[in-house]
Design a protein around this ligand. Structure first.
Ligand code: CMC
Length: 436
């Protein structure tokens, strides 16, 4: 709404200010004019971890965390997961509208023709130790693509950007699959252009000596749905990294690698792997109450629970639960599901979790489903990174095209020493002189 203002009175000097409010925000730079005196720098906000700071305007993803709503470009996640393929949703996220039939065919054809990686990049992967974590290999190899496509640095050119988007969306499944094959010591499988995005990924993961890999359609569809659910999630930690690195006009390969590095942490995308470790540690349903007690005592966190934005059931977790059932019909039920369901049941009734509004997030059930499909836990976060590459690229593209954006450079509140004189080495380490 226009013509809304915030009145601020600075009691230090009894000065009054009128600050415009727009879309529920005030501009932090408007506070700079609030000064205690002529030499004062002006007021800043202090917001560690960006708890209450909008760093950009974005038209990509909408979340209402209290109501548990997630929409891409206005479309509810439930409808997209039910009716679309992942590449259709990727097009929507990247370009703003659902594709027409012709647009979709061209898009799929373009992505499909960018799935190969250069043979030298393949050799680069071979340099990793046999037990290297797939996420470390993924991050490094995506960064290494920057050396293969030096023209990607031309980030202000829309056509160049579009080409790198195609390359990244096309190549991340190939890199992901190769990290997996490397860890198993299996030869790499080249992409098969006749297959869909997820079927081809499964082909590169699991094809052995058969002439043609045929993915189980139910499993391929379940993976496609998982990819849709993970495609974007507005200004999360890794999207923020993508924008921050991209804001220096670094190329999208290194920016994507940086975003993937942020994703790898256990509080972000790395949580899906941690959930499986946690379920292994618990071991059986009867040991759940004791585990919950340790969580409540603050000794450990319940992985796959809680979210900065969702203070309600994560809508993605609900859909994953449904997709997991479809997978279990093919693979048989993962015995860890019993433990997870019991954890959820107890946690949702317990005062500790209820008071803090802690609900299962996207990572709580995804690992159980991935494991049933045959994935090892170390690859789980890589599975998250494949579709999230689409979200990162959409956020990056939006940032580049936004005339209000500049190189990201937060302020700080300095809490260190005032100026002090250099101390020669022989005089260091002595107790500081006591002021008389
Ligand atoms: N288990 C136990 N207690 C928790 C948990 C949890 N998983 N999450 C939050 N809390 C408690 C926390 O200790 C704090 O309690 P108190 O008020 O007594 O200090 C309160 O809930 C608020 O938590 P917070 O740490 O201030 O919340 P945050 O917004 O900073 O953290 C989070 C969000 C996702 C990092 C956190 O909930 C967490 O670490 N969860 C486990 C890791 C996880 O599942 N991450 C995946 C997130 S979803 C996928 C993605 O987008 O990456």
């Amino acid at each position: 709404m226009e013509n809304e203002f915030l009145n601020i009175v600075d009691k230090r000097i009894n000065a009054a200010y009128e600050v415009p409010i727009s879309q529920g925000t005030i501009r932090a730079m408007d506070l700079r004019k609030i000064k205690a005196g002529p030499d004062d720098f002006g007021l800043m906000t202090y917001d560690p971890a960006f708890m209450n700071t909008a760093s950009c305007k974005s038209a990509i993803t909408f979340i209402d965390g209290d109501k548990g709503i997630l929409r891409y470009r206005g479309y509810p996640i439930e409808q997209l997961a039910e009716k679309c393929t992942f590449l259709e949703v990727a097009y929507l996220i990247l370009f703003g509208e659902l594709p027409t039939q012709a647009e979709l065919e061209t898009w799929i054809d373009n992505v499909t023709h960018h799935t190969m990686i250069h043979e030298t990049t393949k050799k680069f992967l071979e340099g990793f130790r046999f037990n290297a974590h797939p996420m470390g290999m993924f991050i490094s190899t995506v960064a290494a693509l920057s050396t293969v496509y030096p023209e990607a640095r031309n980030v202000l050119d829309p056509e160049t950007r579009r080409l790198q988007i195609l390359r990244l969306v096309g190549k991340v499944p190939t890199i992901a699959a190769y990290t997996y094959r490397h860890s198993l010591g299996f030869p790499y499988v080249y992409p098969d252009n006749e297959l869909t995005y997820t079927e081809n990924f499964m082909n590169m993961l699991w094809k052995m000596v058969e002439p043609k890999y045929r993915a189980n359609p139910a499993l391929a569809r379940a993976l496609d749905i998982l990819f849709i659910l993970h495609a974007d999630h507005e200004q999360n930690c890794s999207a923020n990294v993508m924008r921050a690195v991209g804001s220096s006009q670094a190329d999208p390969f290194v920016a994507t690698a940086a975003a993937a590095a942020a994703l790898s942490g256990p509080l972000h995308g790395g949580a899906n792997e941690e959930v499986l470790k946690m379920l292994d540690e618990i071991g059986s349903k009867d040991r759940v109450p004791a585990y919950i007690e340790r969580v409540k005592a603050g000794q450990i966190k319940l992985m796959g629970f809680g979210h900065r934005i969702y203070k309600n059931y994560d809508p993605r977790a609900r859909i994953i639960k449904w997709a997991a059932d479809q997978v279990f019909e093919v693979t048989g039920r993962n015995p860890k599901l019993e433990i997870a369901l019991e954890l959820e049941r107890i946690a949702l009734e317990d005062e500790y979790f209820v008071k803090r509004k802690l609900y299962p997030n996207v990572d709580f059930y995804s690992g159980i489903m991935y494991q049933a499909m045959g994935f090892k836990p170390e690859i789980f976060t890589v599975l998250f990174a494949i579709p999230r590459t689409v979200g990162w690229l959409a956020q990056w593209q939006e940032m580049i095209e936004d005339p209000e954006q500049k190189i990201a450079r937060p302020r700080q509140v300095y809490t260190g020493y005032e100026a002090r004189d250099f101390v020669p080495i022989e005089k260091r380490g002595k107790p500081a002189p006591v002021a008389s």
